[in-house]
Write a protein that binds this ligand. Structure first.
Ligand code: FAD
Length: 504
């Protein structure tokens, strides 16, 4: 995570807090808030609270910056950028460049966050302790931290924020040696691009890395048990990416599971739903990108009264509050965030509640936009009609092909680019948008704003877009909606009244 993201919550001059008493090894005994995990969410909370004069102990078991800086957004986006520019000419140099950029940022963040006023950065693994009877009365919480020398220190505080993130899920593949298995935690440490990389999983992480390694010159095969890649998105997205994978020479096996590996021939056997087997030959590495599991083990959350969701998420309200007084959670460990921007946003909401508790707390947690930096990019905002509770006929769907309907699509020869917008019929209030195309991630905030502020396509109709841009597709969406609605007004009024209060 770039340091400036974390410091967004900070004011330049932090108010000094009372200096804490120290355990051995400089670990404080008492602070206002213990933050467990110095990734995107934890750093946002620590910086924000410290800037408001709260004393914070920020406990990190591995590296400052968490997944985003070390094994997620930063190395993957550096790789994608480098691979698109000159990666194929020298994959060794491209991967070394990724590591250099990652390490520089991590070192800078470690320095900056390690010297923040009011923050004690503690290297160690934290777990929650059940409150004593006295602590229960005073509402103070206790966290045990095991430092790298094996010593255990207790830190007491009024608040504890769990920001421990998630880890890659790994499938067991009989016969596959550990040395050939990669996850996002190891893939960026490769010295060279594999000759043949099999990516298991067709979600965002799998797609991004499949395209990037193909650009570095690897032969790439994607295997997914789902019916299509990006299965959580609209089917149009999966179809567009499947065509793009084929165009880039990436083999795709959908509805297929990994069965076993034969190391003597370096063959990975995969089996589709009909039982038909395919042997993928000369496999150098298998990258697992089959989802993430929340890092809640060893925290002893249950011992303090937290009941985890069946999928392991820490349940919170829209402001990061758990059901246990003084205990908060942000980031990947919660059920509503899986991105750096969502972890940051949640962190800011927790800062608001802890440090500025008098402010009203009524706004619902926003629907976070998503972005996948595949080729082409995929970005979403809000909720598409398939996942809404309202009657589907209340929603009008407008799809515009950016490739053929915008001049930028024409000049840039962009296949597979489109925008799909779902809006409430008649009123035009935008509820969801899916964009596939170059820089879709830069275009999606307009729709995120429209969803959050309940902006109508009638208003976007009046917005003038620069020419020639892909975002002129927004204009085309609005044009389409306005023409269809005003041209069929009696039908639209009837449809709206029939379905406005109807359930699915
Ligand atoms: C390959 C990849 C690419 C990604 N790309 C993007 C992207 O482009 N854009 C985007 O928005 N998001 C992206 N993400 C997701 C993003 O990285 C995460 O959503 C984000 O890092 C979550 O932040 P977090 O604070 O919840 O957890 P993390 O960043 O994972 O931080 C959790 C920290 O807690 C520490 N910890 C865990 N347990 C303990 C403990 N008991 N005691 C002390 N410390 C502990 C961990 O060591 C870790 O440093 C990507 C993820 C991956 C894997």
């Amino acid at each position: 995570m770039v340091a400036s993201i974390g410091t967004e919550t900070a004011t330049p001059r932090a108010r000094p807090a009372a200096a804490p008493e120290a355990n051995g090894g400089g670990v404080p005994t008492q602070v206002d808030t213990v933050v467990i995990g110095a990734g995107s969410g934890g750093l946002t909370v620590a910086v924000g609270l410290a800037a408001r004069g709260k004393r914070v102990a920020l406990v990190e078991a591995a590296q400052v910056g968490g997944d985003c800086t070390n094994v997620g957004c930063i190395p993957s986006k550096t790789l994608i950028h480098r691979a698109r520019t000159d990666g194929s000419q020298d994959p060794v140099a491209a991967l070394a460049h990724v590591r250099r950029k990652r390490d520089e940022l991590r070192d800078r963040e470690t320095r900056e966050f390690g010297s923040l006023p009011n923050v004690d950065l503690v290297a160690g693994r934290a777990r929650l302790l059940p409150p004593s009877r006295r602590a229960r009365r005073t509402c103070r919480r206790a966290v045990a931290v095991t430092t790298p020398d094996g010593a255990e220190h207790i830190i007491r505080s009024e608040h504890v924020v769990v920001a421990t993130g998630a880890r890659p899920r790994v499938l067991d593949v009989p016969g596959l040696p550990a040395a050939r298995l990669l996850t996002n935690e190891t893939v960026f440490d490769l010295a060279d691009a594999p000759g043949h990389l099999v990516v298991v999983g067709g979600g965002g992480i799998g797609m991004e890395l499949a395209f990037a390694f193909r650009r570095l010159g690897s032969r790439v095969t994607v295997v997914t048990v789902a019916d299509r890649v990006m299965e959580r998105s609209l089917p149009d997205v999966g179809e567009a990416l499947a065509r793009s994978l084929a165009r880039h020479g990436i083999a795709l096996h959908v509805g297929t599971r990994v069965d076993s590996h034969d190391e003597t021939t370096r063959t990975l056997r995969v089996v589709d739903r009909s039982g038909s087997r395919t042997d993928l030959e000369q496999v150098d590495n298998v990258l697992m990108a089959v989802g993430r599991q929340r890092a809640t083990d060893h925290l002893d959350l249950e011992a303090v009264g937290v009941v985890l969701d069946p999928d392991g998420a820490v349940p919170t309200d829209g402001y990061g509050r758990t059901r246990v007084a003084g205990l908060w959670a942000v980031g990947d460990v919660t059920r509503t965030a899986a991105h750096t921007h969502s972890a940051n946003a949640q962190g800011r909401r927790v800062v608001q509640r802890i440090a500025l508790g008098w402010l009203p707390a009524r706004s619902p947690e926003p629907a976070y936009p998503t972005a996948t930096f595949s080729e082409p990019e995929v970005a979403t905002a809000g909720t598409m009609r398939e996942r809404l509770r309202c009657h589907p006929d209340l929603i009008t769907r407008i799809r515009v092909d950016l490739a053929t309907r915008t001049d930028r699509g024409y000049t840039d020869d962009t296949p597979e680019a489109f925008v799909v917008v779902d809006a409430i019929r008649l009123t035009g209030t935008v509820v969801g948008a899916t964009i596939v195309g170059p820089r879709a991630s830069e275009m999606v905030p307009l729709f995120a704003l429209a969803v959050q502020e309940r902006i109508s396509l009638f208003r976007l109709f009046r917005l003038v877009q620069p020419y020639p841009t892909f975002s002129s597709g927004v204009q085309k969406v609005a044009d389409g909606f306005v023409a269809d609605t005003l041209g069929n007004l009696p039908r639209e009024i009837g449809g709206y009244l029939r379905h406005r209060w109807a359930r699915r």
